[in-house]
Design a protein around this ligand. Sequence first.
Ligand code: SF4
Length: 115
Amino acid sequence: MKKIAILNCLKANQNCSGNGCFKALNERSGGFEPYKDEEVEVTAFTRCSNCGKTTDEDEGMKKKLDRIADVGTETVHIGVCARAKDGTHCRFMQSHADYLESRGVEVIWKTHAAH
Ligand code: SF4
């Protein structure tokens, strides 16, 4: 059983239900294709707590990331909403990704394919 979490952009919360991520997960498509023959436990579906703050500047966000790591999440998938059109990673989300990796959690910058 693979333990995963999904992390997305807070701004996307304005118009995103999260369905695209869960559809891809249920279909094992996009970033979830590697789990085709595996059961998955989703430990968290969360978004940035604030926009424009690095992990070190955001106590609440750090707490959420710690929780994700503490419950044994193996891989965190970050949505396409946290990337610019040219594929560049949001630098604040990058800090969250770096923090997760420092806690031993693998990070994959993919949930569903870009719309
Ligand atoms: S910090 Fe980046 S990923 Fe997070 S809400 Fe702001 S733009 Fe979105």
